[in-house]
Design a protein around this ligand. Structure first.
Ligand code: AP5
Ligand code: MG
Length: 191
């Protein structure tokens, strides 16, 4: 079983690479951002609350995210070889909750892949995507806030996994396929 975390700043390519990883390794894709956007689209209670945080570039509260994640982990399909977590955990509290959750199910995190991309490139990518994405957080003001919050709250998650010896940094600059080759090499080494 593979339980891979793909981590990195907004726009680093988590979603793009997850799609390729899911196909190659037959994993379930679990993106907390995508799950929240679905809730927003369906105008659920969770969606309305989530939108108020997302549009400001802030994080949705840990408890809401952890509850949502537990449900998704338990709904995993029998046919998959595991999961790829995209955009979770984003805080140390979420990382602790994940390790607890997996441990209770006799599972463990395989590796955290940290996609490294500089802020200038991230801003360029997100502004370009914002021309067509319709996402309320793809504008310059919110992008800057997202990058700041990421730095503050998600950088410690890398240290958490470094301490567990389950951390791999990957250069996230290059073509999508070049980056995917780097990621595949790390997965193959750790599986
Ligand atoms: P989320 O949806 O996870 O957004 P994000 O982390 O800000 O990242 P993005 O989805 O914007 O980027 P990505 O890394 O997936 O890159 P992509 O592949 O799209 O979260 C949104 C919000 O939800 C958060 O801000 C928060 O409010 C809330 N939330 C979610 N999870 C949460 C959690 N766990 N706790 C609390 N709150 C949470 O690529 C970006 C663009 O670049 C695309 O246009 C793509 O085509 C392009 N691109 C990709 N690769 C390359 C490349 N190699 N070269 C050039 N362009 C590329
Ligand atoms: Mg994404």
């Amino acid at each position: 079983m593979l339980n891979i975390i793909i981590c990195g700043a907004p726009g680093c390519g988590k979603g793009t690479q997850s799609n390729l990883i899911v196909e190659k390794y037959s994993l379930d894709h679990l993106s907390t951002g995508d799950l929240l956007r679905k809730e927003i689209e369906q105008k659920t209670k969770l969606g309305v609350i989530a939108e108020s945080f997302i549009s400001k570039g802030s994080f949705v509260p840990d408890e809401m995210i952890i509850d949502m994640l537990i449900q998704s982990v338990d709904n995993q399909s029998d046919k998959s070889n595991g999961i790829i977590l995209d955009g979770f955990p984003r805080t140390v509290a979420q990382a602790e909750a994940l390790e607890d959750l997996l441990g209770k199910r006799n599972k463990k995190t395989t590796i955290l892949i940290d996609l490294l991309v500089d802020n200038k490139e991230l801003i360029n990518r997100l502004l370009k995507r914002g021309e067509t994405s319709g996402r309320s957080d793809d504008n310059l003001e919110t992008i800057k806030k997202r990058l700041q919050i990421y730095q503050e709250k998600t950088t410690p998650v890398s240290d958490f996994y470094k301490n567990l010896n389950k951390y791999a940094a990957i250069d996230g600059i290059g073509t999508v396929n070049e980056i995917f080759s780097r990621i595949s090499a790390v997965i193959d080494l750790n599986r």
